[in-house]
Design a protein around this ligand. Structure first.
Ligand code: SF4
Length: 291
């Protein structure tokens, strides 16, 4: 729970505040950009919510914050905000909210499918979220893009019996009992509408998940930068090999998709698969320049 005594001095006066425990994960700024802004190594409340819709967004940020660094001076019931997750992104794809500190606030997603729901990367196993997912049919698969964003995978496995999928090169002691290990560099069909694509680079065993040739869940491989107005990869957070990551990005040109849904960074919906391809080519050219 956020502490008023640790309230950051740059917060705008009023009910909402961010305290000193903020890890600067960006989640609140993406959920409620009209309220939260980027300070020096942390987020802060730039402007108090104006009206009920903005207040609900600010409360959703409070609920989603991985470190409980957002608080309100007045006693507040956040149950409506908690019930807003999973929040629809498009069609049957939703953002889970409830990010985990061990994943540095990485975003995870729920895909509702007649053949069984899929969770992409592990959210925090918060009771309201678990209950909502249960009401939505539970989960058959948990696709883990890479070793950093596995959070509370074991709790989800126990609750829903979902088979966890992770590339063998990213299995660690914490994930050694996952039900399915992907092997090698080639794409693996998990179901008619689900394709796992190994993309080594950020980590050695990073994979992305392509759903219905429309939605690409990209973990920490690829994201949209609102500031640069283009697709980016994280050069400063490339733990394995930038050269490999560039090659992996080139291989994504073999696939068609319109959505990029990352763990960190912005998501992007291209106007068409052709427009996405054009942006991907631009990103690859930039990556080559970074050497
Ligand atoms: S969501 Fe929480 S930890 Fe992340 S930037 Fe906002 S206040 Fe900080």
């Amino acid at each position: 729970m956020a502490s008023l005594a640790a309230r950051l001095p740059d917060n705008a006066p009023g009910d909402f505040y961010v305290d000193r425990t903020c890890i600067d994960c960006d989640t609140c700024r993406r959920i409620a950009p009209e309220v939260f802004d980027h300070g020096d190594g942390h987020s802060y409340v730039r402007r108090q919510p104006d009206g009920e819709p903005q207040r609900l967004r600010a409360l959703m940020a409070l609920v989603a914050c991985p470190t409980a660094s957002i608080g309100t001076v007045r006693r507040t019931n956040a149950s409506e905000a908690a019930a807003a997750f999973p929040e629809t992104v498009d069609e049957n794809v939703s953002f889970c909210g409830f990010t985990a500190e061990s994943s540095f606030g990485a975003w995870s997603y729920l895909v509702r499918r007649p053949a069984g729901n899929v969770i992409v990367d592990s959210p925090r196993a918060a009771a309201p979220l678990m209950k909502r997912i249960e009401q939505m049919g539970g989960a058959r698969l948990m696709f883990l893009t890479h070793r950093d964003d596995v959070a509370e995978h074991a709790t989800f496995r126990r609750r829903f019996g979902c088979a966890r999928v992770l590339h063998a090169d990213d299995v660690t002691a914490a994930t050694r009992d996952v039900e399915r290990r992907l092997e090698g560099p080639d794409p693996v069909r998990l179901d008619d509408d689900l394709l796992a694509i190994p993309v080594p680079g950020h980590t050695r065993g990073h994979s992305v998940l392509l759903y219905r040739d429309r939605f690409l869940f990209t973990g920490d491989h690829l994201a949209w930068s609102e500031k640069r107005r283009r697709l980016v990869a994280f050069r400063d957070a490339c733990w394995y090999s930038w050269t490999e990551q560039t090659r992996s990005m080139e291989r994504l040109l073999d696939h068609s998709f319109e959505w990029v849904l990352p763990g960190h960074g912005g998501r992007w919906h291209a106007p068409s698969a052709a427009a996405m391809r054009q942006e991907l080519e631009r990103c690859i050219a930039w990556m080559r320049d970074q050497g």
